[in-house]
Design a protein around this ligand. Sequence first.
Ligand SMILES: [Zn+2]
Length: 163
Amino acid sequence: MTAIDDLLQRHIVGPDLGAPDVPTPVPSLHLAVVTCMDARIKVFDVFGLKHGEVHILRNAGGVVTDDVIRSLSISQRKLQTREIIVMQHTSCGLAMITEDDFKDELEQDTGLRPPWAIEAFREVKDSVRQSVERVRRSPFIKYTDNVRGFVYDVRTAALEEVH
Ligand SMILES: [Zn+2]
């Protein structure tokens, strides 16, 4: 029995009823949240979110990559979001590896060195600032007046804004 099999079982007995009360894909708070895939972060709980309120974009680190810009451009231009939260966090896996070491590891194992950045970082606040700056400077992101960056402490749930 795999974890996937387990989840398929949970789906059958679980509480999900789809979204019959949310007739539109437009998030009601007109907000997108970019954050890390880290399993400790309960995004809905962090911000007291309700169903249908925001877009949530997750990747390793919660880094604003080209693919996140792709999603944010669709989010803003086709689905009416106007504000963006970038939330990275303490004890992130990306702070525990380095760009070159991980690329070396991939290359040694596969014979291919990835063309994309690992986006490893030493200081999480610097990474948040970099991601916020990428959003602000992207020609594809139309609404940048309300883009704010945060660090979430996975042990205490403290949320610190990064300026
Ligand atoms: Zn992380």
